[in-house]
Design a protein around this ligand. Sequence first.
Ligand SMILES: Cc1ncc(COP(=O)(O)O)c(C=O)c1O
Length: 1001
Amino acid sequence: MASSAVAARHLRAGFSLAARASSGASRLGRVPKRLSSTVSTASLETPLDVFTPRHIGPRDDETIQMLKTLGYNSLEDFVHDTTPAGIRVSDDNLTDSVIKPLTEAELDERIREIAGKNKVLRSFIGMGYWNAVVPKVILRNITENPAWYTSYTPYQPEIAQGRLESLLNFQTMVTDLTGLDVANASLLDEATAAGEAMIMCLAALPANNKKRTFLVDSGVFPQTVDVLYTRALGFGVKVVVADAQEAINDPAISDDLIGVLVQYPSQDGSIIDYSDLTNKVHGLHAQMICATDLLALTLIKAPGEWGADIALGSSARFGVPAGYGGPHAAFFAVKDKLKRKMPGRLVGVSKDTMGHPAFRLALQTREQHIKREKATSNICTSQVLLANMAAMYAVYHGPKGLKAIAERVQQLTQALAMAVSAKGYKVTNSTYFDTLTVEVSSAADVMAKALEKGINLRKVDETHVGITLDESARLHDITALASAFDGASVPQSIVGGESIPSSFLRTSPYLTHPTFNAYHSETALLRYIYYLQAKDLSLVHAMIPLGSCTMKLNPTSTMAPLTWPELGSLHPFVPEDQAKGYHEMIKELEDDLCAITGFKACSLQPNSGASGEYAGLMVIREYLLSIGQGHRTVCLIPVSAHGTNPASAIMAGMKVVSVKVLANGNLDLVDLREKADKYKDSLAAFMITYPSTYGVFEDTVTEACKIIHEAGAQVYLDGANLNAQVGITNPATCGGDVCHLNLHKTFAIPHGGGGPGVGPICVAEHLAPFLPGHSQVKTGGSKAMSAVSAAPYGSASILSISWAYIKMLGGSGLKTATSMALLNANYIAKRLEPHYYVKFKNGAGRVAHEVLIELAEFDKKAGLKVSDFAKRLQDYGFHPPTCSWPLSTCMLIEPTESEDLQEIDKFCDAMIQIRQEAEDIITGKQPKENNLLKNAPHPMSVISLSEEEWNKPYSRATAAYPLPYLKIRKFWPSVTRIDDAYGDLNLMCTCPSVEEMEAKF
Ligand SMILES: Cc1ncc(COP(=O)(O)O)c(C=O)c1O
């Protein structure tokens, strides 16, 4: 091969291990060659925008240096020592011929080609999806801004006050508009939120309750009903869909009732008075749940005002694109009596050590509902970025602006109703906000005429069509719509007419807090966004080494297409021929994920990791039923598992039995064998995370899977740690039957401050027929179970991020990324080892892609807790690693492949310096209570205290600038340490009024 061709191959392959091995380079020389060293011999066709070296942090010389530190001459030797031989896949398993790498420019061309295959028409289909108008100031400065989209769930509130304030705005907006007492900071989508509400109805009843009927009004969206059917299975709930106002009088229903769900306004558009129904429901000691629409609630009575106990829905029409189904933030609000049973994260106001108000996640000791065997929900990642967009939309428009938007929508709907009625068509709903159901002689004909005008309508049945208007609608849209009804003429203004009866009109105020009334100019909002942003540490500042969270680069070229109309504006239920581009991308992503996991089929529907766990276990359940093994319901789960694992098993109707782990962190095979034997007649599944949550590749994983299979059960592999596997091993080779992947970890979807996420499941051939279907769009296998998410492909628009990430790295780049993630983690372990106890390693002294360090000794010697180390790291400009999980006295550190040596060394230097600070406390040089760690973090408000107030036995400089790099680049926490107990005792989950501030702070 000519040298230029060799060079080109090297470049295209990124750091291909396979390519290096065949190049005959010296052992050390087999460390990847980069662009800089090969470009001079390259042909003019050689691309300069190869993605792999842009994605991977360490440069060639740094890689060599790290390998040397660990005592290796080649990456291959290092990987061999790190991963068990028995599970490694062959070198040709994931190569560039399996997934061909694209350069950034090639990716751009390819995604434009794919996006071009989607047809962007006007969709007035409704059903919980709208054409949102995203204010450009929000689009550019939040949605497209890495400072907002790369941050993590705000578990470290002192460096997350910005997004916590914004989430508090979201909660305030939701409680105000729904008229309820407490709202959470988002759930995954409207349908799963309804599922959560249904199970809350059960949880609200006494433990010995036997009632199981959940009544769903026939006006509820079909995709919600579909998810309710699925969710009901695991809890033995009976879902009855009927006209709720009539069915409530049927004793077969009322005697067994746990709750009722209505849609308000109903799916046909009607606004119905549910107060009588609510009284009856309450008389039966059941809960009244209302799925609703935030924009409608600016005009119509709030559900809390007519007695609803829970209100939920999608906040997407507040400035979040339809995105072919998502991601969107569901909202969820409850009466005060139910607040401690509410799933999801809740932001609350507390105070810091200086007595200043500060925000943090409230009631976290219950994190949350995820209480292993006692779980009622498994939600973890939610939809924070989208909730923040919706909250900012409300801040921008304010109560008057929102009302004006709602009135315009309502008036346009009324104009359309008048136009079609004048032509003799019957609008079957006499009350409405934005939706009309029109009786026609042929729905197909009307829809065809609308389509000629570039408009999609909803087919209700053969003789009815549905039309839902939204903020994007203009008079010319109404004229075009009317033309599908024999050219009905549209009035230019509305006089009189009552589509919302006066008894329904909202009279109560909402969004009265100053935050919703202060930022209505673009300048003001822009400054508010940046004021909040400046308080938050994200990947734009520093490494976020959160174990199990894989905070890697979210490449800009994968993010950019997200907001293109060809991807952003599609309604999830458009005819298939309008979404050809999406289908092509979805198929390619499914194929690539199957190649990576070694499995046969994939479902992209679950919209978080926990949702994937649930879907995977439900697929196992359906499979077992299909082979007459439905009595198998026991699920074995190691004690080291993430809390979502047992929670998902409970939701899938399984009984959780724990399996022990050994002192070295490995799974206790003796215990596993005993339990598998004990439960061999009832064993359904075994859930395992690999590498384990302790950060080790157990070489017994295949043996463990064999034990389970011999007992007639299925193996579920939690793929949260897939970043340690890609290209080196895979869940199928390890012995699994099904796995979920966190695309928001391994495959570069940003964490968004706590969502969105995507948790696809990949399954072996025998499970493929049961993959989840959908009521509106065909998805899943030949014997598909009902849906697990509202939209057919879950959070479809962000699938493009993972698709693009995989395409740009290609087979060899993916494998190299894994090797480098392992190398970075092992380098950290090596550097920290003289100072901290690295708890688990394999026989060769290697960790996997993360490092668990034990801090218990510091508590014993000087009362220093994990949180003291974590808060001090904030002073050094780092986001702390995962704290007190999976073991309460540990920190779990995961650097990922994207961090370079400089950043990793900086982090290690910080950790080592903190160790020295701890030593000073242990040896008595510093007092046990008033010291650098206990007082951390040190925000400006502390550093700027007067001489008299500065009562600390160390200098300001030591507090704020303990290492030289901080003098050049310093991130300041914005508050001192926050008092969690105070916040939980004085729960305040909406924006505090001036009076409340005065009373409490
Ligand atoms: C091991 C493990 N499993 C499952 C999950 C749940 O994933 P998600 O937060 O996307 O629901 C996590 C989340 O951090 C995890 O670390």
